[in-house]
Design a protein around this ligand. Sequence first.
Ligand code: COA
Ligand code: AMP
Length: 634
Amino acid sequence: MSGTYRAMHARSLADPEGFWSEAAAGIDWVRRWDRVLDATNPPFYRWFVGGQLNTCHNCLDRHVDGGRADQAALIYDSPVTGTVRRFTYRELRDAVARFAGALRKNGVGKGDRVILYMPMVPEAVIAMLACARIGAVHSVVFGGFAANELATRLDDATPKLVVSASCGIEPGRIVPYKPLLDAAIEWARHKPERCIILQRPEQRCSLREPRDVDWEAAVAAAEPAACVPVAATDPLYILYTSGTTGQPKGIVRDNGGHAVVLKWSMANVYGVAPGETFWAASDVGWVVGHSYIVYAPLLHGCTAILYEGKPVGTPDAGAFWRVIAQHGVSTLFTAPTAFRAIKRDDPDGALIAGHDLTRFRTLFLAGERSDPATLEWAEAKLKVPVIDHWWQTESGWPMAANCIGIERLKVKHGSPTKAVPGWDVRVLDAQGVEAKPGDIGAIVCRLPLPPGSLPTLWNADKRFVDAYLTAYPGYYQTGDAGYLDEDGYLYVMSRTDDIINVAGHRLSTGAMEEVLAAHPDVAECAVIGAADEIKGQVPLGLLVLKSGAASPPETIVREVVALVRERIGPVAAFKTATVVKRLPKTRSGKILRGTIQKIADGKEYKAPATIDDPAILDEIAEALRDLGYPKVLR
Ligand code: COA
Ligand code: AMP
């Protein structure tokens, strides 16, 4: 109905307590809250204070008891192992209860942290829900991160136990996880007491007893554990995301607000009904995986898909259509990069033919800017609405979207549409004044943020305030820049910090620079995100060598590429670097990364007035030309 969105959004901001207490009726509570929103300690806000619930109960037991026991809760579809496995709600509940018992038997209790370093196997989902069941706090670390990143998270989260697997499987290669885990534990100051290891048949690993326990043995020895009531404000999980340094930020998610908004978002943002099949083609190591592979579909009584494969190459660019048809997917959520890869391999969409996509209704894209060409291709080939929506690890759920469950608004390519109810999204100029429509500024959200968004950073309240709430008092700084148009449509254009988006994965160029700078022959360096046809952006390194560097430049380049892979992980996709004589800087010594990026991307640039020596820009352009930049993007 026309105007429904506008009215709902306005109400969510005018009466947030009324709005969210109504949404909270969608969740089973052990104890009703005393206060919907506790705003007594700004800028810290808490939702559903005094309330008690269990997230795992709401994801599983509730549906088993409510008539969905035999409905599929989770379908594991793994082209890389040639496996499809279905878990009904009852089967998943039983497996989770058992594993929760195993966690408990191995010393994990309420409030303890558990790190999960897992490939895309059902046991990853089981372990997440098992933590939720006993009130433990999980922290999933994406499998593409290196041991060093895992060690950083071990030290920050100080887990009692780690759950991992013998290996992950990437197309064409097996990735042994256990050596990475062993190395991380060796390097970390904090040592977990136990590791529960899933032995995958594709490659088993040796266990270090008594620290390491075999998954099967741990489960066999355990009794099922019941759901434990936790406070709505207790943490459900910590998810680390790139900050502006090598030290990642531990985003905290609470139990109550998270359950309420995720359930609400399924109907209102995604327009999905309980019983339907929802597929987020992401990884459980990212926020999209937490929210829309695991929690939201299960909270809503849907069937969730866990896909261990890629959009292309497993076996071909028709893989997504096969999964949609085989499992009757109604809604797919993925990153634009997946569609760019599919379009590259199958430009005419020939592989769509022969797959029954009649139940497929909507495609949602997020994680990076959706370029109009990719959107148009997807619309033309799939003949379903393609909806760009915008959010981040910190928000945990969409901040801007075309909320098709409320009212389908006009689509404007290049825009993720408008603020989702609960989010008061504004654009501010450098003085903190609201920008005029069309003028680019910092995208911020007025406090308080809605339920489900980060209440703080793990053990780092001050960093939370400094990083997000200080630049624009009264507002949360998203780190994105963009504008609102005359109709209130949001356009997200770039980051205001050093974060780049590589194949929808969020990475810090600052963290990569820290690694490059650690090479003994590197005097100075800069890493920028250069435009890439498939991945959106890829990192590109520029190195200035120390005089008398021991090795030739090609060797140093090879070494720094290997170093980033070793310290951060293959997911960084850091493959290109070059040696330059000097880096362009302002007179105060700030490296002009933005200008280097423009040169790499073939955009117009002018030497900033503050530049130390404009001639350096020509040198950089020449060095990048030798590397094939700017690349011609279609
Ligand atoms: N464990 C170990 N290694 C991993 C990994 C994991 N879980 N995930 C990725 N990697 C490795 C890859 O094997 C690759 O290694 P390589 O340099 O040896 O080739 C590297 O990390 C980069 O991986 P990826 O970003 O997946 O790039 P790709 O070239 O293998 O595939 C796409 C490109 C576009 C097909 C792929 O990025 C993709 O499917 N993207 C979908 C986007 C997505 O899921 N985004 C999540 C947020 S919604
Ligand atoms: P992550 O925390 O990994 O989910 O990354 C969040 C960041 O990805 C955001 O802050 C944006 O920079 C970017 N992003 C996510 N969705 C979109 C979108 N729809 N359009 C543009 N950028 C996006």
